[in-house]
Design a protein around this ligand. Structure first.
Ligand SMILES: NC(=O)c1ccc[n+]([C@@H]2O[C@H](COP(=O)([O-])OP(=O)(O)OC[C@H]3O[C@@H](n4cnc5c(N)ncnc54)[C@H](O)[C@@H]3O)[C@@H](O)[C@H]2O)c1
Length: 342
């Protein structure tokens, strides 16, 4: 069986290719012209097609002759890019993949896409909420919007062409030594000062808290290599479900191989929401980064349920943050942890 992976050079794509090849699948990947990670893909030893996601003809050629497609390519952070460019890569790119599947000379048996927990609007201060697949999706940025649009395109192509579509919603996937590199003050700064409070944007945590939030970030930035243990003013830790890329890849293969997954969406995230304070303690204990208590004027905590993937697919994410961190340390010691670095 031949599987096309878009986003092959990414965190998830390269690791998926390795595991699929181990299982005997033929694998083809798409890279965009000038992708700085071309060498990483060349080392995988797979068939590679070069096309930007907005290049319809190039994507049709890549899809042609494949039995299955796993569509992972996307731009996650806007950075210096424009909303139009993100739209072209993420939304138009998805349309091109679906058209490629319809036009392919071989009948596509499975077509999967990477959605995101960000589309649930997971900016919550209520620890009692768990996000299931039927939670309303209410994007608050262009990235999450393009992912929700992609999901809707997938459902439309199922209805119109009977394509065997399958949707996965990932959350906070990390790989290689990334577990040691989280929670720098600059990361918090990017969220608070760039993402959440850009001129004209509605700060989800309340406009009345913006000044106090900026002040807390400014204080943290005085220790640039610190590892931020972020809590609200009462000391409740921020937290979210981190996912080891090995669990993500295991989940994708289960979705790919399951007939019951057709027409379904699955949350594929780590075992449970992890408190930031726990993560910060682990990083500080294993690196020379100083532990930094950061009190923010609001709580950010969300949990995502894996129950559906567990019951239908037998998905059992096994890597806790402690496990991920141990793997990251082993990788830095030069040991083979079976993960392609980002
Ligand atoms: N990493 C996460 O925490 C996370 C969370 C939720 C959803 N997702 C989704 O999962 C998928 C895989 O994530 P990842 O962590 O591997 O991302 P990544 O950023 O590591 O990889 C993205 C891939 O998309 C490719 N790409 C970007 N622009 C392109 C273009 N114009 N043309 C062709 N290819 C292009 C990149 O080359 C790269 O291979 C993405 O769709 C992402 O939105 C990721």
């Amino acid at each position: 069986m031949k599987v096309l992976i878009t986003g092959i050079s990414g965190r998830v794509g390269a690791n998926l290719a390795v595991q699929l090849m181990k299982k005997g699948y033929e694998t083809r990947g798409v890279i965009f012209p000038g992708d700085p990670k071309t060498e990483k893909v060349q080392k995988l030893g797979i068939e590679v097609f070069e096309a930007d996601m907005q290049d319809a003809e190039g994507i049709y050629r890549a899809c042609d002759g494949c039995d299955a497609i796993v569509h992972l390519a996307a731009q996650m952070k806007q950075g210096n890019s424009t909303v139009q460019r993100m739209f072209e890569i993420n939304a138009l790119g998805t349309l091109n993949v679906l058209e490629g599947a319809v036009r392919s000379s071989r009948k596509v048996q499975s077509i999967l896409m990477a959605g995101t927990d960000q589309a649930y609007h997971p900016f919550l201060s209520d620890r009692s909420i768990t996000l299931y697949e039927d939670h309303p999706q209410r994007p608050i940025d262009i990235y999450a919007l393009t992912k929700l649009m992609s999901e809707q395109m997938f459902y439309t192509y199922q209805r119109e062409f009977n394509l065997p579509i399958k949707i996965m919603r990932f959350g906070s996937v990390i790989a290689g030594d990334e577990p040691l590199e989280l929670f720098y003050p600059a990361w918090l700064d990017a969220y608070v000062n760039q993402d959440w409070t850009l001129p004209g944007r509605v700060p989800w945590f309340g406009a009345d808290k913006v000044e106090a939030a900026k002040a807390a970030v400014a204080e943290a930035l005085k220790t640039p290599n610190g590892v931020c243990a972020i809590t609200d003013e009462e000391g409740n830790s921020w937290g979210l479900p981190f996912t080891d890329v090995r669990d993500t890849v295991d989940g994708i293969i289960r979705v790919l191989e399951s007939k019951d997954a057709v027409g379904q969406a699955f949350n594929l995230v780590g075992p449970a929401a992890t408190p930031f304070v726990t993560v910060a303690k682990l990083i500080a204990a294993n690196t020379d980064r100083p532990y930094l208590e950061v009190k923010m004027p609001f709580l950010w905590w969300f949990n995502v349920s894996n129950a559906k993937a567990r019951s239908i697919l037998g998905y059992q994410p096994k890597y806790t943050y402690e496990d991920m961190l141990q793997s990251a340390l082993a990788m830095r010691r030069g040991e083979d942890i079976g993960v392609v670095p980002v």
